[in-house]
Each structure stands twice: as structure tokens, then as C-alpha cells.
Design a protein around this ligand. Structure first.
Ligand code: FAD
Ligand code: NAD
Length: 449
């Protein structure tokens, strides 16, 4: 069999593989990007981007409803769910074209097909016509991502029992939907489908939704979902015992590795769940092979996958020892309104912490925007006066959290003139002031600390 030899072969074109391929090409390497499905991976095709399109569509609906507050008479409650899905598909296709353009601008060879390891530097690629090709490379970066985890006895049938991928392609709005799993995907889907008018039940194993979140954030998410008409079942271990009454059952109880790569042929080690073990340089136990993103099982987020992809490419091409170090990773769940948090990496080591909290009802800008739900909470090291964490629920929390992360990372003490007035981000400063009982934005008796 003939083969083509590359400096770097990347498996998977999600955020991890895409950024690894582009960075390796920027550094002068001859790069192959092998993809068995659509360019863009989970993030673009069935994850971050389509969910955020639907969430934005819901925001548009809610904005129309609030138009009256600004003197407009608008009644556009009539919508066709299949039109929303069609517009989502068109937007995703356009974004995909953009990614393909970038890859081709760097002269990256896109090889369509499913890759398996033959040895530590040779891959077999099987295309959709059952034709095989061989790709050899000095360095291989695995970015094969993850897939929805399956609950035994409840395999996805794409009709009634559906995955996060299936739910994004429904052509009709379900009248009733049971969502099993109250993590990031479950909460986002509950907010979206309830907002569009489905009768939603969400069932979570743990004692609260988003169990790994701060308890006040979790409670606020719960409250807002209930306000939107969602039935929330927590500490629920038997959600799947009575599914007859639901039109659709969406199972979103975590992710499993995309592990059909025959990595044993290259001697690559995994953890017990099948995620590939890597060090801080994104390298596997095999010297020329790196693994990034979901398949490495660290954060299961697009931007951390992207960061790992860039680090792996630098190390693979330059032989450098760049570490994938993060000080504070902002995280967002796109509920309605969104909720977000960012915490310094070694938060638990701080012993003398004071907390501040400010509701959005205390923000003039939130008042003008008619978005008064939620709050900003922060944690400050009482000794150094540096901020250690922010939690935000409310409109634009998804953007505010990036500013919050910069405050934490800078290590500087924030001051009033850092924040434009009137802005929602002033609430970050007001929460900080509240940690020391100095917020001038709330009444003395409000007891907001
Ligand atoms: C519903 C949902 C919403 C999400 N929302 C967000 C969000 O808002 N923000 C966020 O940061 N993260 C979000 N995520 C998580 C995010 O999508 C993933 O963390 C991210 O896509 C991981 O990137 P990756 O490059 O590791 O893998 P993926 O994006 O999964 O890409 C892997 C690619 O590898 C390909 N592949 C697999 N095996 C092979 C093989 N053998 N040969 C060739 N190709 C192969 C796959 O076809 C796929 O295209 C969401 C996920 C879901 C499911
Ligand atoms: N906005 C974002 O950044 C975003 C959005 C969606 C997904 N994601 C990423 O995708 C990953 C996967 O999301 P996910 O929601 O599938 O996983 P998750 O780990 O966030 O949540 C799964 C939830 O299901 C619960 N669960 C498990 N088994 C159950 C059962 N039998 N019955 C009821 N509940 C059960 C768990 O306790 C957990 O709370 C996330 O970890 C996140 O990193 C990110």
C-alpha cells in the first residue's frame, strides 16, 4: 500500500484538532488533518454552536416579549420551530465553510475517513467507500473527542430516547420532554425547550442541579427553570422508570471517549474510563503522540481543547516543553438567564476568605436593560485583598465572566474607575466592595453580605 508521510497528523477536526493543525502549519510543518465526519467536530456540529444558536433564538423571543417596555407594540409569538432549526443549520454550515477556508489557506491536507493506529507512527484511514489509505507521520496529535454516554438498557433510538445530537435536529417542538441529567447540557436544553413552549421535566441524580457548582448558583438556576415552568426533580434515581408519558426522553448524563482508534497498536495508555492519559505538555506515554481536548478527559470544554491543541502543536513541531497551565478557567452554563463562574486554581488553599454579593436590581444598567434577575457574588482573600472567584447569574453573565477572569488573573485590586458607567460590569466592582461592607449601591439595611 502506498502512503503519504507528514510531519504531523492530527485525528479529529473539533476545536482541539483544528487549532493543533493550524498551529502546526503556522510553524512550518506539513500537516494532515483526518476527519471521519463533518469539519468542526462536536463543538460546531452538535455542541457549543448549535445550542448557542437555539439559546440566542430564545433570547430573540424574549426580547420581542419585552419590547413593550421600550414603547413598541410587538406580537411575534408565532414561530415555526422547523424554521429555527433550518436557520441554525444554515448558520452552522456557514461557520464550517469559514473553518475549511482557514485550513486550506494553510495548505493542510484534509483526509476524509476514520483513522486507526497501525503502529506508533502509521495510521490507516478508512473512507466512506470502504477504501483504505495509509498516513505516516513523525508526530501524531489525537483529538478524537467524545460522544454521549449511554445508560444501560436505554440505548439511543433517535426517536423517543434521544441524545444531545438528536435533540438539536428535531424538526418539531416536542409537547413533553423528560431530560435525564441536570448538568450543563441538561440545564441548557431545559431552558431552551421550556422557553419555546415544551412541557419540560428535568431529573438529576444528585441533590441539586449542576451539582459541581456553587450552591447559590445552583439554587438560582433551579429557581429560574421553575419560573419558566420546568418540573425539576432532584435526588432522582428512577427517572427512567416511567417514560411512557413523555414524547421525548433526552439522556444527557455525561460523555464517553471516542475511543475506536485501536490505540493499543501504538501502546497508548488510558484511564479506567478510556480517556487518554496525558502530561502537562499534552503528551501521552508514547514519545511522538499527543492527545488533546475531550479524549484527554480533563475539562471537556471547547476552549480548553483549543488551548491544549495549540500547546501540543508547539511541542510536537518545535520539540519545546510548553506547559498547558491555566490560572482560572471561566465556565458558563447557558440557562435563561446564563450562569457563570471563575475561580483561581488553588482556591481551596485560601483560608481567610470574605464574600461579597450584589443583586442586579442594584444596577442602573440592568434596570434600563429590563434584566434585573440574578446577582454577582465574589470571593476575596481578606489578607491580600485580591479576588479569588466570581459567580454570576443574570443577563450577559456569559460575557461578564471573561472580565471577571481577567480581574482574578491580573492579581490587581480592582478600582471604581476601571469600570465604565453605566455598565453591567460595574456589578463586579460593587460585589468586590460589598465583601468589605463598602458597597455604596445598596441600602444599609439590605444585608446583602
Ligand atoms: C450539547 C453540547 C453543548 C456544548 N456546549 C459547549 C459550550 O458552550 N462551550 C464549551 O466550551 N464546550 C461546550 N461543549 C463541549 C465541547 O463541544 C467539547 O468539549 C469540544 O467539542 C471538544 O473538542 P475536541 O476537539 O476535543 O473534540 P470534538 O469536538 O468532539 O471533535 C472530535 C472530532 O474527531 C472526529 N473523530 C473521532 N474519531 C475519529 C477517527 N477515528 N478518525 C477520524 N476522525 C475522528 C469526530 O468526528 C469529531 O469531528 C458542548 C458539548 C455538547 C455535547
Ligand atoms: N456551556 C458549556 O460550557 C457547556 C454546555 C454543555 C456541555 N458542556 C460540556 O459537556 C460536558 C458534558 O455535559 P453533560 O451535561 O452531559 O454532563 P455533566 O457531567 O455536566 O452532567 C451530567 C449530569 O447527569 C447526572 N446523572 C448521571 N447519571 C444520571 C442518571 N442516571 N439519572 C439522573 N442524572 C444522572 C450527573 O449527576 C450530572 O449532574 C460537560 O461536562 C461540559 O464540560 C459545556
Amino acid at each position: 500500500m502506498s502512503f503519504t508521510k507528514y510531519d504531523v497528523a492530527v485525528i479529529g477536526s473539533g476545536p482541539g484538532g483544528f487549532s493543533a493543525a493550524v498551529r502546526a502549519a503556522q510553524l512550518g510543518a506539513k500537516v494532515a488533518l483526518i476527519e471521519k465526519s463533518l469539519i468542526g467536530g462536536t463543538c460546531l456540529n452538535c455542541g457549543c454552536m448549535p445550542t448557542k444558536f437555539l439559546w440566542q433564538s430564545l433570547n430573540a423571543k424574549q426580547k420581542i416579549r419585552k419590547a413593550d417596555a421600550y414603547g413598541f407594540k410587538a406580537n411575534l409569538e408565532v414561530f415555526n420551530f422547523s424554521d429555527i432549526i433550518a436557520k441554525k443549520d444554515k448558520t452552522i454550515a456557514n461557520l464550517r465553510k469559514g473553518m475549511e477556508l482557514i485550513l486550506s489557506s494553510y495548505g493542510i491536507d484534509i483526509i476524509k475517513g476514520s483513522a486507526t493506529f497501525k503502529s506508533k507512527d502509521a495510521l490507516e484511514v478508512l473512507d466512506e467507500n470502504n477504501k483504505t489509505d495509509e498516513v505516516r507521520a513523525e508526530k501524531i496529535i489525537i483529538a478524537s473527542g467524545s460522544k454521549p454516554a449511554v445508560i444501560k438498557g436505554f440505548a439511543f433510538d433517535g426517536k423517543k430516547i434521544i441524545s444531545s445530537t438528536d435533540v438539536l435536529n428535531l424538526k418539531e417542538l416536542p409537547k413533553t420532554i423528560l431530560i435525564v441529567g441536570g448538568g450543563a447540557i441538561g440545564v441548557e436544553m431545559a431552558a431552551i425547550f421550556a422557553g419555546f413552549g415544551s412541557q419540560v421535566t428535568i431529573a438529576e441524580y444528585a441533590a441539586c442541579l449542576m451539582p459541581s457548582e456553587d450552591s447559590e448558583i445552583s439554587a438560582e438556576i433551579n429557581k429560574n427553570l421553575q419560573r419558566a415552568g420546568v418540573e425539576v426533580l432532584t435526588a432522582c434515581t428512577d427517572a427512567l422508570n416511567n417514560i411512557d408519558k413523555y414524547e421525548k426522553v433526552l439522556i444527557v448524563t455525561g460523555r464517553a471517549p471516542n475511543d475506536s482508534l485501536e490505540i493499543e497498536n501504538a501502546g497508548i495508555k488510558t484511564d479506567k474510563k478510556g480517556f487518554i492519559k496525558t502530561d502537562s505538555y499534552c503528551k501521552t506515554n508514547v514519545d511522538n503522540i499527543y492527545a488533546v481536548g475531550d479524549i484527554a478527559g480533563k475539562n471537556l470544554l471547547a476552549y480548553t481543547a483549543q488551548s491544549e491543541g495549540e500547546v501540543a502543536a508547539e511541542n510536537a513541531v518545535k520539540g519545546s516543553l510548553l506547559e498547558n497551565s491555566c490560572v482560572a478557567i471561566p465556565q458558563v452554563v447557558f440557562s435563561a438567564p446564563p450562569a457563570a463562574c471563575v475561580k483561581i486554581k488553588d482556591f481551596e488553599s485560601y483560608k481567610n476568605i470574605v464574600y461579597g454579593k450584589i443583586p442586579f436590581t442594584a444596577s442602573g444598567r440592568a434596570f434600563i436593560e429590563n434584566e434585573r434577575t440574578g446577582f454577582v457574588k465574589c470571593a476575596v482573600d481578606a489578607d491580600s485583598k485580591k479576588t479569588l472567584a466570581f459567580w454570576i447569574v443574570g443577563a450577559h453573565a456569559d460575557e461578564l465572566i471573561n472580565t471577571a477572569a481577567q480581574i482574578i488573573k491580573s492579581g490587581k485590586i480592582p478600582s471604581r474607575e476601571d469600570f465604565f458607567h453605566p455598565s453591567l460590569s460595574e456589578s463586579l466592582y460593587n460585589a468586590y466592595e460589598d465583601a468589605f461592607g463598602k458597597s455604596t449601591e445598596t441600602a444599609k439595611i439590605s444585608g446583602n453580605r
